[in-house]
Design a protein around this ligand. Structure first.
Ligand SMILES: Nc1ncnc2c1ncn2[C@@H]1O[C@H](COP(=O)(O)OP(=O)(O)OP(=O)(O)O)[C@@H](O)[C@H]1O
Ligand SMILES: [Mg+2]
Length: 224
């Protein structure tokens, strides 16, 4: 099962949700989860060292002689129950290779969580955005991670992709709530994660997976 998580605005909380979900899924089943990081923040969020060697961006830029088996070789354990496909150091590009990657991920008999990062509005001539859209379109499920923010919802409507569901990162004092988000986007809110200082502290300490706060763990476990 491949689940792609994305946002339309930076800092919405995609990486935190992706890392927490991968940790939950990896602990729940017999198989470790695979977390595919297109943004590059996952090692820091999980308190892991920055990986060495090639990553996803290098694999995407390689020629076709470098097949999908090489993706497994660049996968590294990053937390209890979570293996990371790290971003690498090149700029992202290579939508044709991304199709091969997507097929490979779909064939893994493990939960796969993809941190796609921010989807840009069209025209998406940017090669990184083409990679994101390719992986998004080939995933079994896609969830938009968003704050209940008018500007984000406006962008989400203009981005040309409709998620299967929304993870709402809810702040106190917002005018918009869950039903507004569902009305505007026409898809269900499948989890509401509060903005919680315990989550921010766990992220800053690199302890998100090791000590997942219940405020984020509970709604995501129910959604997953
Ligand atoms: N539920 C939450 N409660 C408190 N703080 C949060 C929560 N989710 C995310 N944050 C904080 O918000 C900031 C952005 O989170 P994160 O990096 O997950 O967002 P992002 O959408 O992945 O950002 P980017 O677009 O840069 O990749 C971080 O400082 C993180 O600690
Ligand atoms: Mg991120």
């Amino acid at each position: 099962m491949t689940l792609a998580l994305w946002s339309v605005k930076g800092g919405s909380g995609v990486t935190v949700v992706a890392a927490a979900l991968a940790a939950l899924l990896g602990r729940r089943g017999d198989e470790d989860a695979v977390l595919v990081d297109l943004g590059g923040d996952v090692p820091a969020v999980l308190g892991a060292p920055e990986p060495d060697g090639p990553g996803l961006s290098e694999w995407l830029a390689a020629d076709d002689a470098v097949g999908p088996a090489a993706i497994d070789r660049l996968t590294r354990p990053v937390a209890d129950g979570v293996d990371l496909v790290w971003r690498g150091r090149r700029s992202l590009g290579g939508a044709a290779r991304a199709e091969v990657l997507a097929a490979h991920l779909a064939g893994l008999e493990r939960p796969v969580v993809i941190d796609l990062g921010v989807l840009a509005p069209p025209p998406a001539a940017d090669p990184a955005d083409e990679v994101r859209r390719m992986l998004l379109d080939r995933s079994d499920r896609s969830w938009l991670v968003t704050r209940p923010c008018f500007l984000s919802l406006r962008r989400a409507l203009g981005v040309g992709r409709r998620p299967h569901g929304v993870v709402l990162v809810a702040e106190d004092g917002r005018a918009l709530g869950r039903t507004d988000v569902e009305d505007v986007l026409g898809v269900p809110v499948i989890a509401t994660v509060p903005v919680d200082a315990a989550v921010a502290r766990a992220v800053d300490a690199g302890l998100l997976a090791a000590r997942l706060p219940a405020t984020i763990g509970r709604p995501l476990a129910a959604a997953a």
